[in-house]
Design a protein around this ligand. Structure first.
Ligand code: NAD
Length: 503
């Protein structure tokens, strides 16, 4: 099966002749081949979007939001189909795939009410006989480049807002799990979106570079690893585009001595090992403050031992089958890379409390399995601390004081998410002000903002100055205009030449 592009409202197999295997991570079996675009494919995709953009931007707000609303209804009714696709290409368990879609759907719902945020201001009689009003116009064609770990949610952080605001979107999904994007494209057609307003360009760096350099693409939203985010930011900016490029993460969960240790242990396991740690908001470092580390590590280890790893397509059914807690990693290469980080941590002297390398998975022998891994006595010099592992590996760093914890978090080059666990409101409030991170949880381990706020990190976790969705998303996908107008009274006849600065 070839997983194709979606251009001008239909599947397009492309002309490059370049194909890449797509694998089910729970079985290791190749399930299809994705078309990788060349320059000619990218040209067709961008030209199709450019041809559709003007008419869509001129379509009434009422009609645009009706289409987004119809998309929301279809998505809500049929999201199980999409979740199955995600599970079979990404590997995350079905309920987690449904959760990803629910968070994306929130942004679709937010975009249904975009009318309110596209309203301009109006100042009658700003000067004598002069009125001023502002409006927000769409940009035209915008590009979205997404990572493998959320094949539905991350594109949905951007495209509902971009489309509702009147732009045409070209989505370049991850080549590791590309089928979700085609399902979404078909849904847009059913919802009544005109051909060309939502385009999918499958591929790798060739497709990305076309979006970054083509003059018709006015803005780029990127999510992925930090080196590529920086490359995308620099290249697209150099080509005159607006860019928001969200990068990698190393999220710290700080646990103060007064915290509820059972809540902290549950949260560390859920946020460390959910989706096999392949979340940009996963907790990868637990900072144990004061004398609680022994007790906390014991409680986490106890829970981690209960995590069932298996094929995420297994669901709670009539036969009494139970869904596993955690699926495989996305590819064999990624599984091996994460496993080699565990080797390196052990060699560097960290204590392996729970070892995921020996996991007994409930699934096919050739699946890309790795179980939850817990390290204690990790130091900031070890590679398991300095690198983004992006797998089910949780490192515990022990510190003496709150100040030590803040120093550690703020010295880290990433600043995506963080959390504090405490029962002390004053300490939580202080943390909120002290910490140099974009998204903060207080007794909440994965503080992904709701859709009407904006998502984004600081430092190496985001290049550009605009976060995703919420009001910042609406601003990113529109340009402001201010109109100053004077309508002389019909009786006005006098000449009024005045060459000085209008005041
Ligand atoms: P990735 O950087 O490898 O790929 C992201 C996108 O860039 C893909 O579409 C890919 O095809 C493209 N790409 C890859 N190499 C490229 C190159 N050399 N030139 C141009 N384009 C290229 O990331 P990934 O492995 O798919 O996703 C995991 C990463 O994404 C992690 O680092 C994770 O933290 C990050 N992520 C961040 C956020 C966030 O909100 N900050 C959210 C999700 C994922």
């Amino acid at each position: 099966m070839t997983i194709s592009h979606w251009i001008d409202g239909q599947e397009d197999a492309g002309t490059s002749g370049r194909l890449l295997d797509v694998t089910n991570p729970a079985t290791g079996v190749v399930s299809g081949q994705v078309a990788l675009a060349d320059a000619a494919d990218a040209e067709r995709a961008i030209a199709g979007a450019a041809a559709a953009a003007t008419a869509w931007g001129e379509t009434s707000l009422a009609r645009r939001t009706q289409v987004v609303f119809a998309f929301r209804e279809l998505l809500n009714a049929r999201k199980g189909e999409l979740a199955e696709i995600i599970t079979s290409e990404h590997g995350k368990v079905f309920s987690d795939a449904m959760g990803e879609i629910a968070r994306g759907q929130e942004v679709v719902e937010f975009a249904c009410g975009i009318n309110h945020l596209l309203k301009g201001g109006h100042s009658p009689s700003a000067s004598t006989g002069v009125d001023v009003h502002s409006l927000r116009a769409p940009l035209g064609v915008v590009g979205i480049i997404s990572p493998f770990n959320f094949p539905a949610m991350v594109p949905m952080w951007f495209f509902p807002v971009a489309i509702a605001a009147g732009n045409a979107v070209v989505l370049k999904p991850s080549e590791k799990d590309p089928s979700a994007s085609l399902w979404l494209a078909r849904l847009w057609r059913e919802a009544g979106l005109p051909d060309g307003v939502f385009t999918v360009l499958q591929g790798d760096k060739v497709a990305v570079d076309a979006l970054l350099t083509d003059e018709r693409v006015k803005a780029v939203s990127f999510v992925g690893s930090t080196p590529i985010a920086q490359y995308v930011y620099e290249t697209a900016s150099a080509h005159g585009k607006r860019v928001q490029a969200l990068g990698g993460a190393k999220n710290h969960m700080v646990v103060l001595p007064d915290a509820d240790l059972d809540l902290a242990a549950d949260s560390a396991v859920n946020a460390g090992f959910g989706s096999a740690g392949e979340r940009c908001m996963a907790i990868s470092v637990l900072v144990a403050v004061g004398g609680i580390a022994d007790e906390l590590v014991a409680r986490i280890a106890d829970r981690a031992g209960d995590v069932v790893v298996g094929d995420g397509r297994r669901r709670q059914g009539g036969g009494g089958e139970k869904e596993p807690d955690m699926g495989p990693l996305v590819t064999q290469a990624h599984r091996d890379k994460v496993s080699s980080f565990i080797d390196a941590g052990e060699e560097a002297g960290a204590k392996v409390v729970v070892d995921g390398r020996t996991v007994q998975a409930d699934g096919a022998a050739d699946g890309f399995w790795l179980g939850p891994t817990l390290f204690d006595h990790v130091t900031p010099q070890m590679s398991i601390y300095t690198e983004e592992i992006f797998g089910p590996v949780l490192s515990v760093v022990r510190v003496e004081t709150y100040e030590d914890a803040i120093e550690l978090v703020n010295a880290n080059p990433y600043g995506n998410g963080t959390a504090i666990f405490t029962n002390d409101g004053g300490a939580a409030r202080r943390f909120e002000n002290d910490v140099e991170v974009g998204m903060i949880g207080v007794n909440v381990p994965i503080p992904v903002p709701v859709a009407y706020y904006s998502f984004g990190g600081w430092k190496n976790s985001l290049f550009g100055d605009t976060h995703a969705h919420g009001t910042e998303g609406v601003h990113f996908f529109t340009r402001g205009k201010v109109v100053t107008s004077r309508w002389p009274e019909p009786t006005t006849e006098a000449r009024a030449l005045a060459l000085g600065m209008p005041t």
